[in-house]
Ligand binder design. Sequence first.
Ligand code: PLP
Length: 388
Amino acid sequence: MIYLDHNATTPLHPRVFEAMLPYLRERWGNPSSPYRFGNQARAAVERSRRRIAECLSCSPTEILFCSSGTEADNLALRGVAHALGARGNHIVTTAIEHHAVLNTCKALESEGFRITYLPVNEDGIVQIETLASVLDDQTILVSVMHANNETGVIQPIKEIADIARKRGVLLHSDTVQTVGKLNVQLADLGVDLAPVSAHKIYGPKGIAALYVREGTPLAPVITGGAQEGGLRAGTENVAGIVGLAEAVALAVEHRETEGKRLAILRDRLEKGVRESIREVRINGARAPRVPNTSNMSFSGVDGESIVLGLDLCGICLSTGSACSTGDPEPSHVLMAMGINAREAQGSIRISLGRDTERDDIDATVQALAATVERLRAVSSIQGSTEPQ
Ligand code: PLP
């Protein structure tokens, strides 16, 4: 199998697995228990919190554990909305966010919040001037993702943070696709809230952290016990937390060398595709992108058919977000970039990772060229036999 869908999920790194094992086997105590067996688990949670904080340049008290990137995004948006709802009801986000943010904004809209969805240009970048002009005295939060999961396009978060700070508005940035791919130094980035999801960085599924800058007003979404300072009730996933910390440490350790390696492979892939397949467009290619992601549109073919065709060759890639699989609608990200619905339907996302080698890229280019050619031939026959 050639796995080229690392933005959907990644395999568990052996070092992560090893780090987690003791907390699944022998040290299974509850971190809230008062005896030593519980304290052992509590110590592992706090050690992990310190480790993550050190890797991402923030304070351990600013790291809050929860179950997923989706939950972290929910907590950030709903948490701020409910904490500051009396001060204002306006939230600004973008048209290209992950559904974890978009659908949460929709839910907040039905609670009476006013949401502005910022457009992006044809390269997939939010226009800063637009942001400044939509902020008003009711705005409590801006949410702009750091890099897009479908195209890899990076947003100018530091500039956005400057504007938000000057206007006294909190900033959430979905960093799920950038930790391990970019140098994410949270204090430097200027954001108030940012999620990290373990399974995108060779950690286990179902564990994540939310960075909450000191002093950021936040109301809990899940109520119950006093875990995580009362902001996220529920017995901690100790093994998961230990795995997340190991994964973050690995991601930071290998980011630079791995980033350079993947950028070369990604460029090789795009060059190969351009040379062997006609009428292809690489989406967001002119914008700064994370090094592992490539999104391409092929005219006259359906992205789903390409994905299924390549699956038969043992190659795993996707049409976009894994959460949108089976959704007949074209990608909201590509549509926001001005790509028409037909072309957006003919798009695929290829995301490379630590197991990707040059041979995988070459084999993928070959299989992709053959598959697109075959699908185009079929669709032109179908087109010519369609009743007039
Ligand atoms: N945000 C972005 C940008 C993502 O790519 C994803 C996952 O695809 C999420 C949030 C959700 O993360 P999780 O799968 O941990 O819920």
